[in-house]
Design a protein around this ligand. Structure first.
Ligand code: ZN
Length: 94
């Protein structure tokens, strides 16, 4: 699953933290805080996805996003798709 500038192996993360396969990983892995994370929920309003404390939105007690981001079994940086744009150069919006 791609989120921000990393690609997460949600199967590996899920098994590491004993989460359901259908856990709401975008909400779990978001760097946003509090209710802002819910903006990433792809199943908003469905059972288990109705609030921050819903079953699929819980954060495991020992969850450590820094570890997930460090552990290459759980996430890797997004491969830059080199579209020929020089790095750091912003495209002007016309
Ligand atoms: Zn959700």
């Amino acid at each position: 699953m791609k989120l921000g500038n990393r690609v997460y192996d949600v199967a590996a993360i899920g098994s590491h933290y004993a989460l359901d396969k259908d856990h709401c990983f975008p909400v779990l892995l978001s760097i946003k805080k509090g209710a802002d994370r819910l903006a990433l929920c792809p199943h908003w309003g469905k059972e288990g996805h109705t609030s921050l404390t819903s079953a699929k939105h819980t954060t495991p007690k020992d969850f450590n996003s820094a570890k997930v981001n460090r552990d290459r079994d759980m996430s890797v940086p997004v491969e830059k798709d080199d579209g020929g744009q020089p790095k750091g150069k912003k495209q002007k919006i016309k």
